[in-house]
Design a protein around this ligand. Sequence first.
Ligand SMILES: Nc1nc2c(c(=O)[nH]1)N(C=O)[C@@H](CNc1ccc(C(=O)N[C@@H](CCC(=O)O)C(=O)O)cc1)CN2
Ligand SMILES: Nc1nc2c(ncn2[C@@H]2O[C@H](COP(=O)(O)OP(=O)(O)OP(=O)(O)O)[C@@H](O)[C@H]2O)c(=O)[nH]1
Ligand SMILES: [Mg+2]
Length: 427
Amino acid sequence: MDTIFAVSSGAPPAAIAVLRLSGPQAFAAAGRLAGTLPESRRAGLRALHDPVDGALLDRALVLTFPGPRTASGEDLVELHLHGGRAVVRAVEAALGAIAGLRPAEPGEFTRRALLNGRLDLSEAEGLGDLLMAETEAQRRMAVRATEGEVRRQVEAWAQRLLAIAAQVEAQLDHSDEDDVAGADSLGRLHAAAGVLARDIVSVTARPPVERLRDGLRVVLAGPPNAGKSTLLNAMIERDAAIVSPIAGTTRDRIEAPVVRGGTAWLLIDTAGLAEATADPIEAIGIGRARAALDEADILLWLGDDAPPPHPATLWLHARADLPGRAETGKDLAVSAATGAGIDLLWARLERLAEMLLPPPDMVALNQRQRALASDAAAALSRAALQHDLLLLAEELRAARRAFDAITGRAGVEAMLDALFSRFCIGK
Ligand SMILES: Nc1nc2c(c(=O)[nH]1)N(C=O)[C@@H](CNc1ccc(C(=O)N[C@@H](CCC(=O)O)C(=O)O)cc1)CN2
Ligand SMILES: Nc1nc2c(ncn2[C@@H]2O[C@H](COP(=O)(O)OP(=O)(O)OP(=O)(O)O)[C@@H](O)[C@H]2O)c(=O)[nH]1
Ligand SMILES: [Mg+2]
């Protein structure tokens, strides 16, 4: 196993740069630069010298953390350097010249932590989200994942699955030659599998954490010249999109990320949905606008005709300062010209966000975890209808594999292996 090193504290220049080394040679390599190392988990000030020519590189705080109880699960050293670019570069060069040491790949410290069982995959995913978190809501959700909230939820499901599998085992023990269970006990098995499937679906039905992470996608759409781009600019209080009286001004979709009310939003302006156009570029834009409609979490519809079907639409009476257009059936009047209705629009969006974002105090899954949990629920639903015990057991096994994939854990099939080891070959 290589020993890896990298600056963990962000791009220099900075006041201090924390360079971490992880791996079997971490202590020896740090010793080559620092001489005697401080007592474990205690900071010590050391002159760092180039092992090749003895030149002084920096005077730094050095910490050593003996594995496996470290962030990476390996021997780990931290050099708290002066954060100048050349200082960091010189120390990295000195480390890179030591055989068996190399710069770390992105995420490699965490990858090793995962490998060493210091955290599971859902916690590592949470850590990734935590590093990217920009809003309070994102930080809160991510920190709970890093603390094992998703792992514990999956473990609880896996425990219940295990109990069902144990009942299958008991049934197999009692049914002598054939695999047919008693009707009562089979009914109980089916009920337990069905209840577990429904409990899983109640969690997978919640909005995915990506909505929180990437921002709620609010698409502004409608016919040409409806005032979409002007409204976008008014909502974010800057001129992100070109505005003009010419119909068909916007062609590309324009994405404007904005944080508002503690929520991350991605506002998307689109080309006006003209009935027909002779302009091939506008036609491409219209195609993109239609694609954006499919991805919208919320649709802001600026047409006078009824909006296209979408689960969350606000139908806006845009350019409300201009007289002569009917307002019937619309949700809200706004005018980018006077500013009327813009705050109200944001308030309506924030209320919709409460329904579309994962609830702040319940476990929420990301799309990868959701897909796997849905696989598990589907397998359990099939199990709940299965009368052949061996096929039922096979569905339970599939559910178990899905749970294991969520947490990234392997080789936990001991119980199921024991179960199936008694089966006839060829069954
Ligand atoms: N300087 C520095 N700050 C940092 C980190 C780091 O690696 N270095 N972290 C990097 O992610 C985070 C803290 N994560 C850590 C996770 C585990 C251990 C650790 O040594 N755990 C041992 C002992 C805990 C203890 O002292 O009681 C253990 O869990 O057994 C250290 C840091 C954030 N701040
Ligand atoms: N009076 C008034 N004029 C507006 C308002 N909003 C937009 N306009 C005008 O309406 C025209 C079209 O506005 P845009 O924002 O470019 O319309 P759009 O829907 O983005 O148009 P396309 O990109 O061509 O589809 C421009 O001349 C704007 O100045 C408004 O609230 N009040
Ligand atoms: Mg436009």
